[in-house]
Every structure is written in structure tokens, then in C-alpha cells.
Design a protein. Sequence first.
Length: 272
Amino acid sequence: MDLQHLANIAIEAALSAGKIIQKYINENIIVEKKVAGSNYASQVVTKVDRECERVILSHLKPTCKALDIGLLSEETEDDGSRFEKDFFWCIDPLDGTLAFINKQPGFSVAIALIAKDGTPVIGVVFDPSTETLYHAIKRNGVYKNRMPWTIKNTNDYLTYLTDKKLRDTPKFTEIQEILCKYEVNLGLKGIKEISGAGAVMNAIFVLDNGPACFLKLPKKEVGGGSIWDFAATACIYHELGLPATNFNGGALDLNKKDGTFMNHQGVYYSNT
């Protein structure tokens, strides 16, 4: 399987979806609700999400037929093909929908190619706000706007990335204790919080604001993001040699058998 060729197709799909997002970026979009996780961010959907999915699928479906690749996309019912095929496309047509409808940065397009065992082999992220493209191919490095990307940590404080403010997060005292421990162990001079982005851009912002981390504690309630929220950035992190794991340090379950939500194991992304 030619991963470079497939990555190029995924990149074109992400850029096409990005153009749709940019078309609507200053419009007031009607927000609908769907059956999803326990938090509001997972329940919102718009016509932009669906238009982005349609254009992405127009690029990727021919590869599914030609190369027998499965498919998992946020706005389409899971058909189980990801359990039968050697590889499947994992698509988040518009991650950070809440940030998008609130007209603040932090939304993106994310596309990944995942092996049946849950190993990410291609990860593509496009940020329409800044027109920045990130992508990685297994054993072929990480690229920002198609140029090799080197991470440089220059801050003397720890940056904590989060979808909602720490004080509004369940178990915020537990998270605060974890962050303070990192601060002390790394010899840093404080903690800075950046909130409001979707999971995909939070992971990217960790790379741009190091030392930094993004985490979600395991919980019983359905939610905690889905496979498509972490698949593309997991590939990018793996290629950078940085942790994109479950909360306890194990591999992310990127081909979860009983649904797509990741609340059972939590997530941990770090650039420290």
C-alpha cells in the first residue's frame, strides 16, 4: 500500500473541507443536536459538518473500493468495516464544532488511516483559521505546510490545553494536582491554561506551546472524545516520538470494539 499516495489524497480531502469551513466562517449557522456523548460539545452538529464530510468522502471512497479500505466518519453510522479490513479511514470532518459556531479558533479537519490493530499510519490535520496543514506518515516523519516540522520548547512554564476551562472541568482539583506535580518535576515557573479548542487542535497547540500537555481522565459517563478526535494527532505524535496515550500510558484504543467513545481510558498528550 502506497502510504505517500494515500496521504496526498487525504491532504486534498482535508483542504477541500477546509475551503467549505472558510466559506461559512463568518455566517451565523443553525446548530442542531445529535445523539452523542454526555457533554454539549459532542452533541452539536451543523450543515457545515455534513458538507465537509460529503466532500471528504468524495475523495476517499474511491480508495476504499480500489484498495479494500474500511471507513469510520463522525457524521455517518459506523458500518463495522473497520473490524473487517486491514486499514480504515477515520474522519472528523469538523472537529471543534463548538469553537466554530462561537467564532473562535480551535476547529479543524482531521483525517487518519488506521490499521486494524489500531495503529495510526497516516495523520492529516488542517486548521482553516490559519490555513496551516499538518501531516505525518508512519516512518516518514511529520510535516507542517509540507515542510519537515521540528518542535522547539522555549517556555519556562507549563501550558495546559483544555476544551473547557479547568475550573469548569469535573475533577478539576485532581487535574490541578497533576499539573502542579509536572510543574515541580520539570522545574517550571507556573502553569498557563489555553481553553476552548477541539481535541484535535488542543493536541496541535501542545506541540506549539511546549512544555505542554492535554489530558482527559477516565470516566464512566459516555464521552471523552471519540476515535476520530485522536487518530490523526496520534500519528503525528508517534512520528515525533512524543506520548499520545491513554491516561495510564497505554496505547490509545483507536479501533475500539464497543463504540467509539474514549471515556473508559482517558487520554494523555504531552510535549515536555
